[in-house]
Design a protein. Structure first.
Length: 202
């Protein structure tokens, strides 16, 4: 087996700051390629002679490629930060319109929504939908807030463009807080539950 102290793996080259494109363009074919007899693996072993890697790292070509990679990463970071700031600004500015329903209608919709979700209180399964009369203390309030929160899910379009990017979690928390604050303002009887959820989901 090749003395691995004089070679570096592809993962090791990446840890030194190389991208796959730089490895392909500046190093080319690995110096050693095959299977590692010391462990079973379908992936081939790719080793690069450390002296060759270090020699290439001292060339202008490597310095230029590394600088271009840093510039791309920096530009990507700037773009992500601008997008994050724009999304947060849009969430803060967007008017949240909560559907205003008479109390009995909101209760009916909340119970129906709970039933459609297939949720049940702990204990033996009951036939039929949960009802206001059968709801545990405080459950109806929770169901109403859940229904209204679901009714406002259309505002999640405000998160478009973040996906797994910088600030996604922060934007989601801000949007949830704004939605619960809007529900609390529209339905003061639900304000305490809304505050509880804001605290829990912070």
């Amino acid at each position: 087996m090749t003395d691995r102290t004089t070679y570096v793996t592809l993962a090791g080259v990446r840890r030194r700051g190389w991208t796959d494109a730089m490895v392909r363009d500046l190093l080319g074919t690995p110096d050693v390629q095959g299977r590692d007899p010391r462990r079973w693996s379908l992936a081939p072993v790719r080793l690069y002679l450390l002296a060759r890697v270090e020699t290439v790292e001292r060339t202008p070509g490597f310095a230029g490629a590394a600088a271009r990679c840093r510039a791309r990463a920096s530009a990507s970071g700037v773009h992500a930060e601008r997008r994050r700031a724009a999304v947060l600004t849009a969430i803060r500015a967007e008017p949240i319109e909560v559907p205003l329903l008479p109390g009995p209608e909101l209760e009916r919709r909340a119970v129906r929504h709970r039933h459609l979700l297939g949720a049940r209180s702990p204990g033996p399964r009951r036939e039929g939908a949960p009802s206001e009369a059968a709801a545990p203390a405080g459950a109806l309030v929770r169901w109403q807030v859940s229904y209204l929160r679901h009714a406002l899910s259309r505002y999640e379009w405000l998160l478009d463009g973040l996906y797994g990017e910088t600030g996604r979690g922060e934007a989601e928390r801000l949007l949830r807080r704004r939605l619960y604050e809007a529900i609390a303002a529209a339905y003061p009887a639900l304000a305490q539950e809304c505050r509880r959820r804001i605290a829990v989901e912070r």
